[in-house]
Design a protein around this ligand. Structure first.
Ligand code: PMP
Ligand code: GLN
Length: 379
């Protein structure tokens, strides 16, 4: 068989989690919460399974969930996405991203991608015959050089993919960044795909600026969201895509043949749970305490940290302690020190030697203390 993705193997998240299991290491690698979702949400799922909500959902998702999302987005961005025509429930953000990319990218089209980049973007571009064009940023997040971004546009540019709050750097884009992107996107008449799965995990003075709140972007953007991060239910795989009507029409043509529709009782449970804003508005404080705990616990180790601005990831620079390549170090730390992380090089496509590891702090406090203690062994 001729491979469609000859350069792709098993994802780094699967590989590091497997290695962590094999060596009984503390797993701060793959991004998922160690703790369970709320008993209330569990109860709601049971309630809907027990009351006959077990057949196919409508292709675009159940209406109450689309309405609840519309209201949530309106409260945050003062923009109305019409539940009938502009909101689609997807099988996690992964499906939303894949379908959005497939909707836009034709053979030979260029797509601007900021690296380090979440691992699903580039394979999805390539599966559709597109060509990724990279803007390279450091893992300890520089400010974005918009002149450099502007220089990446060509006649063939069809789309730009962005992600804020950002996995893996924890960088949160400012309103100025989004406006700068909006101007470029309008000027070159390109589509934007905005991955906002960490929208409710934001720290310190930072605010999440959604593409929906910038008119120049809202008119041309597919916003991909997920309940996996927000409600500690990464295994439920329920997400959504917001986009103007004409974009949504094209998106649904593909979505209906990728999954047709998404888990019905989960959609009902989430729609009821979502009606209480405290269920997502308290998430930032919860994760900020975990970030602080982890950053403080590794103080004095010689590891250099720039505190994450959002998401549940913290990057750590180890270059003052070791010359080792990040993949080799991440594997050795898992085997010998008993703590698993993700090497930053796995989010880069150009050659990178930044000596940075990503740690997920969506873990219980004692797990984070233990992990930090083990990190003192980095030599
Ligand atoms: N985008 C980013 C940046 C992510 O970190 C993740 C998952 N960790 C996803 C998309 C995929 O989200 P989902 O699990 O809802 O498919
Ligand atoms: N997005 C998660 C991370 O960055 C992992 C999800 C996955 O394993 N695909 O760790």
């Amino acid at each position: 068989l001729k491979s469609k993705l000859p350069k792709v193997g098993t994802t780094i998240f699967t590989r590091m989690s497997k290695l962590a299991e094999e060596y009984k290491a503390i797993n701060l690698s793959q991004g998922f919460p160690e703790f369970d979702c709320s008993p209330e949400l569990q109860h709601l799922l049971g309630k809907y399974v027990g009351s006959g909500k077990n057949q196919y959902a409508p292709m675009a998702g159940i209406l109450p969930l689309r309405e609840a999302i519309s209201e949530k987005v309106y409260n945050a961005s003062a923009l109305t996405y019409h539940p009938e025509t502009e909101i689609t429930i997807t099988s996690g953000a992964t499906e939303a991203l894949y379908v959005a990319i497939s909707t836009v990218v034709h053979l030979g089209d260029e797509v601007i991608v900021f690296e380090p980049a979440y691992d699903s973007y580039v394979p999805a571009i390539e599966m559709n015959g597109g060509i990724p064009v990279f803007v390279t940023l450091s893992p300890l997040y520089d400010e974005i050089d918009w002149n450099q971004v502007a220089s990446r546009f060509s006649e063939k540019t069809r789309a730009v993919i962005i992600n804020t709050p950002h996995n893996p750097t924890g960088k949160v884009w400012s309103k100025e960044d989004l406006k700068a992107l909006g101007e470029l996107a309008q000027k070159h008449d390109v589509i934007v795909i905005s991955d906002e799965v960490y929208e409710h995990i934001i720290f310190d003075e930072h605010l999440h600026v959604s593409a929906s709140s910038i008119p120049a972007l809202a008119e041309r953007t597919f916003i991909c969201g997920s309940f996996g991060k927000t409600f500690h239910i990464t295994g439920w795989k329920v997400g959504y895509c917001l986009a103007p009507k004409l974009l949504t029409e094209e998106f649904r043509k593909i979505h209906q043949y990728v999954v047709f529709s998404v888990n019905t009782p989960a959609q009902f449970a989430i729609s009821e749970y979502l009606s209480e804003p405290a269920h997502y508005l308290e998430l930032s404080a919860f994760y900020e305490a975990k970030r602080d705990l982890f950053v403080q616990a590794i103080e004095g180790t010689g590891l250099v940290v720039k505190p994450s601005e959002g998401s549940f990831f913290q990057n750590v620079y180890y270059g003052d302690l070791s010359e080792e390549h990040d993949l080799a170090l991440a594997e050795r730390l898992t085997r010998e020190a008993g703590v698993a992380s993700i090497p930053l090089s796995s989010f880069y496509y150009s050659n990178s030697d930044y000596r940075v590891l990503r740690f997920c702090f969506a873990k219980n406090d004692d797990t984070l203390y233990k992990g930090a203690e083990l990190l003192r062994q980095v030599k």
